[in-house]
Structure formats: C-alpha cells, structure tokens
Design a protein around this ligand. Structure first.
Ligand SMILES: Nc1ncnc2c1ncn2[C@@H]1O[C@H](COP(=O)(O)OP(=O)(O)O)[C@@H](O)[C@H]1O
Ligand SMILES: O=C(O)C1=C[C@@H](OP(=O)(O)O)[C@@H](O)[C@H](O)C1
Length: 281
C-alpha cells in the first residue's frame, strides 16, 4: 500500500497573526512531494530528504490522523522531498502536511473532500505546535490552488479565486520559524490587518498585499525596502512571518524588479500563481 501526492508552495496576501483572518495564494515551481508506505507494524516513522535532522513530527502526525479517521490501525513510513525552502515564509509546512495527508489517503485508497483533507493537516500542525493559528489560509491555498481568504479561528473558507498572476519571489538564505514569531507585536497591528481583510474580501488582493507588507515588516522587524522597490507598478509583501517576499505585477515590471531584488543575498525567481492545488500522483 503505497501512496504519493504533491502540494505547492504559497505566498501571503494577509498574515493571520494579527486578527485571525488570513489570505494566501498558491505558486508554481516549488512543490513538496510525499510518499507514504503503509504496513501492519502500527508504528509511524518519517524522513525528510536531504534533512536528516529535520523535524518530522508534523508529517508523522498527519499519517496518524488520517489512519485514525479512515484507516484500520495501520503503521507506515512517510518520506517527503521538497523544493520549498523550509521556514522561509513560503508555506513548507502546509505543503508537507497537505502532500502527506493526500498520500496517506492514496495509500488507503480512500477519497476525501480536499477541504476536509486540508483541515486534517491544519489540526496536525496545531497539535505538534509548528503554527500559531493553524494556518488554514496557507493550507487551503496550497491544497486548493488559487487565492483563498479564511477565518483561521474557525477554519472556514470565506473566498477563493483562481487568478492568473505573474509572481516574483525573493528568498533570503536565513530561516524564520512561524512558531517563533512575536505574536503580541502582530496583534498590535490588528487595525491594519482589518483594512487588509476588507480589501481582500473585496477582491482587491494587490492593494491588500501592499498594506499587509508594510504593516508586518514593521511588526516583525523586516526591511520594507523590497516593498518600496516594487511600488508603484507592482504590489509586494513579506510572505508569512518572512523572511521571503513576493511581488505581483506584469511580467515586464517583475523582470525589472528581479534585477534589483537579485542583488541581495539569497534566491530570486519568477513564477506564476498555481490554480489547481495539491494532487495525488
Ligand atoms: N518537507 C517537509 N517534511 C516534513 N516536515 C516539514 C517539511 N517542510 C516543513 N516541515 C515542517 O514545517 C516546519 C516549518 O514550518 P514553518 O516555520 O511554518 O515554515 P513555513 O513558513 O515554511 O511553513 C518544520 O519545522 C517541519 O516541522
Ligand atoms: O502559523 C500561523 O498561524 C501562520 C503563519 C504565517 O505564515 P508562515 O508560516 O509562512 O510564516 C502566516 O502567514 C499565516 O497567516 C498564519
């Protein structure tokens, strides 16, 4: 009983750490793939390719939760292989959880609505403590594709669309784990997050990203310089709790911005939105 699935990375429109509402969009060219092999040992183990000391609790809990819900006491092994930089704000945790949940369902040959499957991963992330709010915003974007707006306090999907955006991503070399973010500073900027939420719910995603970017760069002490460089022709934001940034705009503008962003240390790459979400392989 072997199952496989893959889930895409995502970028942020609204970070949910301020008021509990979040918004994110899936992106192409960076995926996490999970392979789950079930057996009758009852024990669950995991490996992250290329990261022998990586924290495997999230994906182990995902396999366990799926088995609890629709399996029959199986054990198994999960292996993840990821192109998404870990703890960089590009939702590696959501992609790993989504891919693992779908791969386990694939191994069990069980179908589950993708939104429900996504909530299993979100609950697992809460249980092992790699998230602040559960991050249903990021998880739903990665699972369903497109851009989503969510209430992370109730895991409700409030809005979803499938925009065709060009996206520029800048990923510095350092890591920033969401669980270490200064939540109380994020909560102080809730009035700004309320403005971002209204814009996102009106479908004004690019304006929403801009306001989110300046507010969360200030709260989390990241430089607003990449955001200023993107304006006025593109919209940019810090992605999640950082350190990555994403910008949305027309291709030519993003190519010019890429020349500026790529002078910084790290990796700058052009991609597009991903509109189909996670899939069994
Ligand atoms: N490929 C992967 N396989 C297994 N777990 C992963 C993988 N990528 C990320 N994770 C889990 O997600 C955690 C990082 O989550 P987080 O700090 O929210 O970063 P991000 O912003 O990239 O989602 C890791 O410590 C690990 O528990
Ligand atoms: O842990 C959480 O609840 C969240 C973490 C942040 O993302 P990153 O994991 O990308 O930093 C944020 O954007 C999201 O809205 C909620």
């Amino acid at each position: 009983m072997v199952g496989r699935a893959a889930a895409p990375a995502a970028g942020t429109v609204l970070n949910a750490l301020a008021n509990g509402y979040g918004s994110a969009f899936a992106i192409e060219d960076a995926y996490t793939e999970a392979t789950v092999e079930l057996d009758d040992t009852g024990a669950i183990t995991a490996k992250i390719a290329g990261k022998p000391d990586g924290d495997t609790r999230l994906v182990e809990r995902c396999v366990e939760s799926v088995i609890e819900r629709v399996g029959d006491g199986e054990g198994g092994h999960v292996r993840t292989e990821s192109e998404i930089p870990m703890a960089s704000g590009l939702k590696s945790s959501s992609a790993a959880a989504n891919a693992t949940v779908l791969a386990t369902l694939d191994a069990l040959d069980v179908d589950l609505d993708r939104e429900d499957a996504c909530r299993i991963g979100v609950d697992a992330a809460r249980e092992v403590g790699v998230t602040v709010t559960g991050a249903f915003d990021d998880a739903s974007a990665s699972m369903l594709g497109g851009v989503t707006v969510t209430d992370n306090t109730t895991d409700e999907l409030l809005r979803r669309e499938e925009p065709d955006w060009d996206v520029l991503v800048y990923t510095p070399d350092e890591q920033g784990f969401s669980a270490d973010a200064d939540v109380s500073r994020c909560e102080r900027i809730a009035p700004m997050a309320d403005v971002v939420y209204d814009l996102a719910m009106d479908g004004a995603y690019l304006d929403a990203m801009c306001v989110n970017g300046f507010a969360f760069c200030a709260a989390l002490d990241h430089s607003p310089e990449p955001l200023v460089e993107a304006l006025p022709d593109a919209a940019a934001s810090l992605s999640g709790t950082g350190p990555s940034y994403t910008a949305v705009g027309d291709r030519e503008t993003l190519e010019e911005l890429a020349a500026i962003w790529s002078q910084r240390e790290g990796h700058t790459w052009l991609t597009t939105t991903q509109r189909t979400g996670a899939t069994r392989r």
